[in-house]
Design a protein around this ligand. Structure first.
Ligand code: GLN
Length: 386
């Protein structure tokens, strides 16, 4: 039978595949990034209340009025951005849908989309499904990116650049100077920036500054985020887009025909969370993640991995070359099967597999006791490979 040509250009998600492998071997799943701890009671109660109150039919396709207003208030209060909830906000089924619809709505076949590497694995396929070609630029875990290289990546065909800070998989946070340089290039080449700001509240140093707040960027930035990570609700699928009205019109059309809308009672609960939780909640979120980060990074170093402590998000890339000669895929499968800890092979974050050949990614969005169990198992890596 015939399958469409575009689907030949990418493979299935390695991250989600590792979850299946972890389940099969009963391994501690530090592969796919989802919390094993409960979401805030306030959110759960609000969702139950919404369902009991019969908020069970479609919300307006681009998002419930309550959530869009809560989002406009959030962007004003946190970042000083003036956002019109009626013409500039779209609620989607997760940030994953947000990125896909933004790309389908605003990128044409033949366009180029710049993607920093290592990258979260959805961006390349999103570009390809839009008929565009991804153009890759390295973003080192520490030290700045090569500005000349980025400048050369821009061409007359560049429609957009994807900017994910804090970064999945490295935890790297882009500096103000780096964001400024990106903004200038976008303005010079009349390109969009599609941002992925899903880790905006998970910072270990500094604080989040949306690219849209840089000079000239509000009218060309598609600001994407979501509540999977902030409210520990990855299964709810509530993502958000803030974009100028004309771009929002195009985005809403694609979103409408793809998914109609995100789950109505869950939108209501996310709105309740945004309206009610104060800075103490967000400070605590970051503080707890810092502890988890330190437990996992210490365990990795003690076990013989090399890694750089992330500045944000909840992943760490670990180099295992001092421990094993296996390929990253082999090592990740062996670690899952024989050691009982599942990571993601590093190569899945690079367009050329050799980029991640000696690394694996671990997620630390887990309770301390589970991370400690993983730490104990990881102590066996050296012996197992020796
Ligand atoms: N963002 C998470 C990760 O990178 C979850 C990915 C997913 O499966 N949607 O692991």
């Amino acid at each position: 039978m015939h399958t469409a040509a575009r689907t030949h250009s990418f493979t299935e998600s390695v991250i989600r595949g590792m979850t299946r492998l972890a389940n099969q071997h009963d391994a501690i799943n530090l592969a796919q990034g989802f919390p094993n701890f409960p979401s805030p009671t306030l959110l759960k109660d609000a969702a139950v209340r919404a369902i009991r109150a019969d908020l069970n039919q479609y919300a307006i396709t681009w998002g419930s009025a309550r959530l869009r207003q809560a989002l406009a208030d959030k962007y004003r209060d946190w970042y000083g951005m003036a956002v019109d909830p009626d013409s500039e906000v779209t609620v989607t089924c997760g940030a994953t849908e947000a990125m896909a619809v933004a790309m389908l709505a605003l990128v044409d076949p033949g366009d180029e989309v710049i993607v920093f590497e290592p990258f979260y694995e959805n961006y390349g396929p999103d570009a390809i499904l839009s008929g565009a070609s991804p153009v890759f630029v390295p973003l080192p875990t520490s030290g700045s990116f090569d500005l000349d290289r980025l400048r050369h990546a821009f061409s007359s065909r560049t429609r957009a650049i994807i900017v994910n800070t804090p970064n999945n998989p490295t935890g790297r946070v882009l500096t103000g100077d780096e964001l400024s340089a990106i903004a200038e290039l976008c303005c010079e080449h009349d390109s969009y920036a599609f941002t992925d700001e899903i880790y905006e509240h998970i910072y270990y140093q500094g604080e989040h500054v949306p690219l849209a707040t840089f000079p000239g960027m509000r009218e060309r930035t598609i600001t994407i985020s979501g509540y999977s990570k902030t409210f520990s609700i990855t299964g709810w699928r509530v993502g958000t887009i803030v974009a100028p009205p004309e771009a929002t019109d195009a985005i809403r059309k694609v979103h409408d025909f793809l998914t109609v809308g995100a789950p109505a009672p869950l939108q209501d609960a996310v709105a309740a969370g945004l309206e009610t939780l104060d800075r103490t909640f967000y400070d605590q979120l970051a503080a707890e993640y810092r502890q988890r980060r330190d437990v996992l990074c210490d365990a990795l170093l003690a076990a013989g991995f090399a890694c750089t402590s992330p500045q944000g998000a909840y992943y760490v890339m670990a180099d295992f070359r001092a421990l094993s000669d296996r390929s990253d895929v082999d090592f990740a499968e062996w670690l899952t099967r024989d050691v009982g800890v599942a990571p993601v092979p590093g190569s899945s974050f690079y367009h050329d597999a050799s980029g991640g050949r000696t690394t694996v990614r671990f997620a630390f969005c887990k309770t301390i006791d589970l991370l400690e169990q993983a730490a104990q198992r990881l102590q066996g890596v050296r012996a197992g490979e020796g």
